[in-house]
Design a protein around this ligand. Structure first.
Ligand code: NA7
Length: 535
């Protein structure tokens, strides 16, 4: 056996997981497909890439020293600083020597006779380990569109995830952005005044509201440091793992004036306040949601000068907050600029990419750069991309063909000793990611310690426990308007066969962080009820 534990992926999750393992003296390594650590913050180098989480709620909470020495310079920190932070963490705790880069895991097969996982690596090696911990990200498999002629384009084109590491000269250039999700909205707001011409190809608009970014000075940072305990306690108490707590008053218990007063105070408050400090009915009640959506629609109408463009930017097929809400900086104002154009491709679809640009059903466009902000094979995609085979050679991708089924979002029946601290149906995907990650990594690490101290070498979730958890996840969707959304929360992706809209995949745990933590802690307290162990 090469290692006791192999961790796959050196992003936010993998960095913390290896720290825990090293501290316990467990023989472990991290295999990372990229050339360096950082995951999401290593890859996504597009202009405007930044947290929508308050920076100081995104950072790790495990080390007081780290909290005390790091200065988050912006309320919503940008990619370069985020990557510096993760490098700082790795260096501070001397974690780099436990990481191997340019090592893409191609397959992971469980060898039942030896009770070992055997991993094939892209560099030709085969490595074995008793446990495999997958920290492979929720949004790590980018999905460019499948357009005819993409390879013929003579200019530069890339998916936002693969934004080049060297500076991309954009001044004076004709740029196309396809996609208006959280990524597209960040890019567009950032580059509108830096490019020659910007043409946005929008299929469906998204609801979006101001991010409210700003600097954090020395004095404010000192105050944040003093309040860290309180901040993390609040995050642990709220459904989303943020500082934002829902308004507990009933939507219809207060007058329309009171509701508008709340919304006026939230619009422009930093971060997800507008989404998560709102009335809870926004998430569950069609009428309440429609009333609030109309409020936001009017905000858009106030900000976009051309009424025709404004109407095109207002979603009609879903209400505010039932899809992930992208936060924006100067997004709507971008459309007031003479160099920015909106093409509604629900009316005039893109027909193909040409050597010079794009052809819609209406006309040809010429571009120097085409940016594909078209999203990810989210949450289960990274798992589907590794040939993972459990007991009896069962393939995980086939088991999950119609959507994931898990135990606590962290284990799968028939795949012993395979752990997913932020797996599908875990608490991470629908919450402030690092808060969920720390929870998941701690739970998985506790499980490893429990097994060590009890002389156990094999852990497998039972089929019954997996079915119960998955049923609970499905139930948590049933009350949410989100279940109807054409969004990566329901497994929709028009560029991935089988992920078309219409069949919900139960990807995330919607019960909120406190309930999730309670559930997984209960399992641990009952000697891991639902897991079958062997010596
Ligand atoms: P999203 O939220 O999945 O958005 C992708 C966008 O790209 C969305 O507007 C799509 O329109 C559009 N899209 C996708 N494929 C096409 C094609 N083929 N043609 C035209 N338009 C297309 O991905 P993001 O990267 O923005 O955000 C993902 C998460 O990353 C985000 O929530 C953050 O948590 C970080 P559609 O809606 O399918 O009509």
């Amino acid at each position: 056996m090469d290692y006791e534990v192999i961790v796959v992926g050196a992003g936010v999750g993998g960095i913390y997981q290896i720290k825990r393992l090293v501290d316990l003296g467990i023989s472990a390594t991290v295999l990372e497909g990229g050339a360096d650590l950082g995951g999401t913050w290593y890859w996504n180098r597009y202009p405007g890439a930044r947290f929508d989480s308050e920076s100081y709620t995104y950072g790790y909470s495990f080390s007081r020293e780290l909290l005390d020495e790091w200065h988050w310079k912006e309320r919503f920190s940008g990619q370069p600083e985020n990557l510096r932070y993760l490098n700082h963490v790795a260096e501070k705790f001397d974690l780099r020597r436990h990481m191997q880069f340019n090592c893409r895991v191609e397959s992971a097969h469980y060898d039942q006779a030896a009770n070992l996982w055997r991993l094939k690596i892209s560099d030709g090696r085969t490595l074995s380990a008793r446990f495999v911990v997958l920290t492979i990200g929720l949004l790590s498999i980018p999905t460019p569109p499948r357009l005819q002629g993409m390879e013929d384009f003579k200019g530069r084109s890339f998916h936002t995830f693969h934004w080049p590491q060297e500076k991309v000269e954009m001044a004076g250039k004709k740029v196309a952005v396809i996609g208006t999700g959280a990524t597209g909205i960040q890019v567009i707001g950032e580059i509108a005044d830096k490019v020659g011409e910007l043409t946005v190809f929008q299929r469906r608009p998204n609801w979006s509201a101001p991010l409210g970014n700003g600097p954090i000075g020395e004095a404010e940072m000192a105050d944040i440091r003093r309040r860290y305990d309180e901040i993390f306690t609040t995050c642990a108490r709220t459904p989303g793992g943020f500082e934002h707590e829902p308004d507990r008053r009933g939507f219809y218990e207060v007058s329309r004036e009171e509701r508008v007063k709340l919304w006026d105070s939230l619009y422009g408050k930093p971060g997800f306040a507008i989404w998560l400090r709102n009335f809870r009915e926004i998430f569950t009640n069609e009428e309440a949601n429609a009333e609030f959506s109309e409020y936001i629609a009017n905000r858009i109408r106030q900000r976009v000068k051309d009424p025709k463009v404004a109407e095109k930017l207002i979603p009609r097929d879903h209400g505010f907050g039932v899809q992930r809400v992208p936060m924006e900086t100067n997004y709507f104002e971008a459309y007031n600029r003479p160099n920015v154009h909106l093409v509604d491709i629900s009316e005039t679809p893109i027909v193909r990419v040409t050597p010079k640009g794009l052809r819609t059903s209406e006309r040809d466009y010429e571009f120097d750069i085409i940016v594909y902000a078209t999203g990810f094979d989210a949450i289960s995609g990274a798992y589907d991309h590794i040939d993972i085979q459990g007991e009896g050679g069962v393939k995980l991708s086939e088991r999950w063909n119609d959507g994931p089924a898990t135990f606590l979002g962290m284990m799968v029946h028939g795949f012993p000793n395979l752990l997913m601290p932020s797996g599908p149906q875990s608490g991470s995907a629908s919450t402030n990611y690092p808060r969920g990650i720390e929870t998941g990594v701690n739970w998985c690490t506790d499980l490893l310690q429990y097994m060590r101290s009890h002389g156990l070498s094999r852990a497998d979730a039972t089929a019954e426990a997996e079915a119960r958890w998955t049923e609970h996840v499905v139930q948590m969707y049933s009350i949410m308007l989100m279940r109807k959304a054409k969004s990566w929360f329901t497994g929709y992706n028009s560029n991935v066969p089988g992920h078309e809209h219409g069949r919900v995949r139960y990807m995330v745990y919607n019960g909120g962080a406190p309930k999730y933590v309670q559930r997984i802690n209960d399992v641990a307290a009952k000697d891991y009820e639902g897991i079958r162990f062997a010596a």
